[in-house]
Design a binder for this molecule. Structure first.
Ligand SMILES: [Zn+2]
Length: 95
């Protein structure tokens, strides 16, 4: 299984949250006219946001201590738990 870099995870989480939010907004525009559209868009949007939160919590972790690095919306260069330098770039190391 290919391991995603933190940078890629950051992009995936951000994209799923933004798309999910947009879907809910689009669905909300139909809440008075076509209610099923609201439910379909709303639930897909909610799932995307939940998936984003889940990926964030499970994969956006420190490579050294394994603890959550905090919200992926605010990427940090250092782990706030153990102080390890966190590589945000994918092609830095060769190992
Ligand atoms: Zn750490």
């Amino acid at each position: 299984m290919k391991k995603f870099s933190l940078k890629q995870i950051f992009r995936i989480v951000l994209a799923s949250k933004i798309v999910g939010f947009l879907l809910i907004m689009i669905g909300a525009a139909f809440v008075d006219s076509i209610l099923p559209v609201f439910f379909v868009f709303g639930s897909i949007g909610l799932l995307l946001i939940l998936a984003g939160v889940f990926i964030d919590a499970v994969y956006y972790v420190c490579p050294k201590c394994g603890l959550w690095l905090g919200s992926a919306a605010l990427p940090s260069d250092y782990c706030r738990h153990c102080g390890t330098k966190v590589d945000q770039v994918e092609d830095k190391k060769g190992d």
